[in-house]
Design a protein around this ligand. Structure first.
Ligand code: HEM
Length: 405
């Protein structure tokens, strides 16, 4: 239950919610909280966490672009960061050079040149899953454990030049990092015992000698050799890719498969027009928002919708709420390939907008290209299971029944 009253520190102008966005109930189904957040006002005070929150599309787009007043430099979680700051937690001018380096290493041109490799990895995965099923036959697989969590854990570390040893650490490593952006609750507690071990593993993998001679990691070290960034920034930047690029894509792909399985007519629409593949991934990201929210800290008093957020406040930018804001999207709860989802906030916006989005898009597009000609229909074979994380909309299981073409 939540109540909206007025916040005393803002002279009564900011509505107060007593919701806990990180409770197990809200993590299981965040939509009711996100609706209350949007409807309470342009800015809301979350009493339990002494933090502010924004959920309406227009206000959030403006806030996320305003890096001067809503800073990432003190961390993008509810609390101060617990580990060395990566690209995500830098403000200009510190952010400029490493951002430029990553942007060119992960440009759409570079990622397009990796299409064949990604298609091959995706093709191998799908062929193995469908092996032994005749045309017209049915097969039951788990879209999360069998597909979503497989492709990024193989393709992406390979492209980054990370060897095979310990790749199973990637998802739990980032799981803890994303949990730690929320409050110090049971999810963080569970991850703590292994956090130091995972961090040591990831840091070791990002050293020059440990990386393969070709890959995003080696490209980052080459940029340091050219003087584009400092040498001490190279392992941290490489590590940013591992922490930001795997779980997000895993859940993005699992969410896309869930979107189709729970809206089978949209799969038919995609089969009729495979050119909708890019729209399909973006629309599923809008609908499911793998990164539910991220925080900023105000450097000065910030006025939003007539309400003042005092300097030094933590502010939750709830991308997931804005992605279903009826003020911006018609029939927002519908996963619908006939809409134009561009402008969704699942990759953020402004100077921190996801630098790895072309890598995520390439993987989703390759999977769809492999699935569309082979799969006539997708449906849910059993109830889905969520994986709770303080930042990500995670999955344990997306049971699918596929009918082959
Ligand atoms: C569907 C998959 C993905 C989603 C939903 C996603 C989401 C996001 C979001 C919301 C931000 C902005 C955070 C902010 O404003 O504070 C971001 C930034 C970032 N993402 Fe992604 N991401 C995805 C895939 C990737 C991949 C594959 C990589 C690596 C290749 C990556 C690397 C990064 C990095 C390094 C940043 C920080 C950029 C900066 O601060 O300038 N992401 N991502």
């Amino acid at each position: 239950m939540s109540t909206a009253t007025k916040c005393p520190v803002n002279h009564g102008t900011v509505p107060v919610l007593d919701d806990d966005p990180f409770s197990p109930e809200t993590l299981e189904n965040p939509l009711p909280f996100q609706e209350r957040l949007r409807e309470a006002g342009p800015v809301v005070f979350l009493a339990k966490y002494n933090a502010y929150a924004i959920g309406r599309y227009e206000d959030l787009s403006a806030a996320v672009a305003n890096w001067q007043d809503l800073s990432s430099g003190s961390g993008v979680g509810l609390n101060e960061p617990w580990r060395a700051r990566g690209l995500l937690q830098m403000d200009p001018p510190e952010h400029d050079a490493p951002r430029e380096v990553l942007q060119s290493i992960l440009s759409s041109r570079v990622l397009r040149s990796m299409k064949d490799t990604c298609m091959e990895t995706a093709g191998g995965l799908i062929k193995a899953l469908l092996a032994g099923t005749a045309p017209g036959g049915q097969v039951e697989i788990d879209g999360h454990t069998g597909i979503g969590s497989k492709l990024p854990v193989n393709f992406f570390p390979e492209a980054s030049g990370i060897d095979e040893e310990g790749r199973e650490n990637l998802v739990p490593y980032a799981d803890h990092i994303f949990n730690a952006l929320g409050p110090d609750n049971g999810l963080v507690e569970q991850g703590k015992c292994k956090a130091a071990e995972y961090t040591e593993w990831a840091t070791a993998k990002c050293q020059r000698d440990a990386l393969k001679p070709e890959g995003f990691g080696a490209d980052i070290w080459a940029a340091a050799d050219r003087g584009d960034i400092l040498h001490e920034q190279a392992p941290l930047l490489t590590r940013s890719l591992l922490s930001a690029g795997v779980d997000t894509t895993v859940y993005g792909i699992s969410g896309m498969l869930y979107a189709f399985a729970s809206n089978p007519e949209q799969w038919e629409a995609l089969r009729k027009n495979p050119n909708l593949a890019r729209v399909a991934f973006d629309e599923s990201l809008r609908w499911e928002s793998p990164v539910q929210q991220i925080f900023r800290k105000t450097t000065t008093d910030v006025t939003i919708g007539g309400s003042v957020i005092p300097a030094g406040s933590r502010v939750m930018l709830c991308f997931a709420a804005a992605n279903r804001d009826p003020r911006r999207w018609e029939n927002p709860d519908k996963f619908d390939l006939s809409r134009d989802p561009s402008g969704h906030l699942s990759f953020g916006m402004g100077i921190h907008q996801c630098v790895g989005q072309h890598a995520a898009r390439l993987q989703a597009a390759s999977l769809l290209e492999q699935l569309v000609p082979r799969i006539k229909s997708i449906e849910l074979a059993a109830p889905i299971e969520r994986h709770h994380n303080n930042t990500l909309r995670g999955w344990e299981s997306v049971p699918l029944r596929l009918t082959l073409a």
